[in-house]
Design a protein around this ligand. Structure first.
Ligand SMILES: Nc1nc2c(ncn2[C@@H]2O[C@H](COP(=O)(O)OP(=O)(O)OP(=O)(O)O)[C@@H](O)[C@H]2O)c(=O)[nH]1
Ligand SMILES: [Mg+2]
Length: 418
């Protein structure tokens, strides 16, 4: 199958060019932050970013994403690099591209075209360890591919010596076989998707049974943006060994551990991180992973306070939680990485308005504590700062929930009630 196309991570280091738009709703600063994140994603997938292009547009061009002039500029750049024996492996666009856009851009640039979604899918494919994660990722990849199948069709068209360019119908004589091929591919993919869905239903059933058998324990889920330190925290709290590293989506499958604070056992799960511009379809594919979050009694929403954009990340996570039907649960906001927090100090005589870049950690803490009342805490998982406070806050919340949910289940409390 054309699956191979998605796996860019197998080759050594491929070079990548990034493209993003500055629009009415996304100013230059924002676009640069998005491209930083896209670059991090590309590196995680094993590509090296050598150049970025941005363009100011009202909105994405429906035919080529960027305008004609910009596309020529990118094309020229690729050509010059190739002449200097520095081949460009791929061009990655920050937004999801339509079939039409991919086809046109590919026709012009003649290199591999990826978008944010296909890049994330590639990383997911690389990270997937368990049967569950693999099945979910494969399904998500087909979902992405299906509406873009025309690519195969234009490919055939080009082989047949057709004009290639232009968005019209295929060349005479090739129309038949091309469409047959397309229909066949579509059918094969649809069959495969049906099979994967069946498999996931089976896995869901098993997982649901497993969850039921876990007994009467409060369930706490670590949620948050990708790379904020959820797994690091899981390791500290559960003394487990969960894979944590400075890459995006280090965790794909949910891990559940029994944690005991003082005398109170509860279940803690570590889950896949969220990210901006993640299509709902993709989120849906991770349903069984996210069931853990949906069924949790308490969420520990971990935030990387050292990230310049942490406030937007909080919003993305809240929105994703709402999307998967997990809004309105009790939450503790855990601001992590306070060791790495930096701010720009303002000179006494500087009268320009203070912005969020000028806030000290203490000021930030005061603001958030006022907003969240007791339900936030500032820690460093790496430097082990404030972990005892986190534990006792979690303990208090879990205990409250436990008493509410299992009023007759008193065996846990014998020791510390004494
Ligand atoms: N400076 C600093 N770095 C930290 C802290 N906690 C975690 N990190 C680092 O942040 C990176 C990401 O940590 P992970 O625990 O893998 O993050 P995650 O949220 O599980 O990430 P995904 O599973 O990819 O969503 C790692 O390099 C950690 O060492 C902290 O308190 N301070
Ligand atoms: Mg993780």
């Amino acid at each position: 199958m054309a699956m191979k196309e998605f796996v860019i991570s197998e080759a050594q280091v491929e070079t990548a060019v990034l493209v993003g738009l500055i629009t009415k709703t996304q100013d230059e600063r924002k676009t640069n932050e998005y491209l930083d994140e896209l670059a991090f994603l590309a590196e995680t997938a094993g590509a090296e970013v050598v150049k970025r292009f941005t363009q100011k547009l009202e909105q994405a061009n429906s035919v080529t994403y960027v305008g004609k002039g910009k596309l020529d500029e990118i094309k020229q750049y690729i050509k010059e690099e190739e002449e200097a024996e520095r081949e460009i492996g791929m061009v990655i666009f920050d937004d999801e591209l339509s079939a039409k856009q991919i086809r046109n851009i590919e026709g012009e640039l003649k290199v591999k075209i990826l978008d944010r979604t296909s890049l994330i899918l590639d990383i997911f494919a690389m990270r997937a360890q368990t049967a569950n994660a693999k099945t979910q990722v494969e399904l998500a990849q087909y979902k992405y591919m299906l509406p873009r199948l025309q690519r195969l069709w234009t490919h055939l068209e080009r082989q047949g010596g057709g004009s290639g360019a232009g968005g019209g119908k295929g060349s005479v004589g090739l129309r038949g076989p091309g469409e047959t091929q397309l229909e066949m591919d579509r059918r094969i993919i649809l069959n495969r998707m049906a099979l994967l869905k069946e498999r996931l239903v089976e896995i869901d059933k098993q997982k649901a049974t497993q969850r039921k058998n876990r007994g009467r324990l409060i369930r706490v889920a670590l949620v948050g943006y990708t790379n904020v330190g959820k797994s690091t925290l899981m390791n500290l709290l559960a003394k487990s060994e969960v894979f944590a590293e400075n890459k995006l989506f280090a965790t794909l499958d949910t891990t559940v551990r029994k944690v005991i604070i003082e005398n109170l056992p509860f279940l803690l799960s570590d889950t896949v991180g969220f990210i901006r511009k993640l299509p709902t379809d993709l989120v849906d594919s991770f349903k069984s992973t996210l069931d853990e979050v949906r069924e949790a009694d308490l969420l520990l929403h971990v935030v990387d306070i050292s990230h310049p954009d942490f406030e937007e990340q909080i919003e993305v996570v809240n929105k994703t939680l709402a999307d998967i039907g997990a809004a309105g649960k009790p939450v503790i906001l855990v601001f992590n990485k306070i060791d790495a927090y930096t701010y720009i100090e303002k000179a006494e005589d500087d009268l320009t308005p203070r912005t969020k870049e000028n806030l000290t950690l203490n000021e930030l803490m005061r603001t958030w504590m006022a907003r969240m009342e007791d339900n936030c805490i500032f820690i460093s998982a790496r430097e082990k700062i404030n972990l005892e406070e986190l534990k006792s806050l979690t303990y208090r919340r879990v205990k409250e929930l436990h008493v509410q949910k299992y009023p007759y289940n008193d065996f846990l409390y014998q020791t510390y009630e004494d």
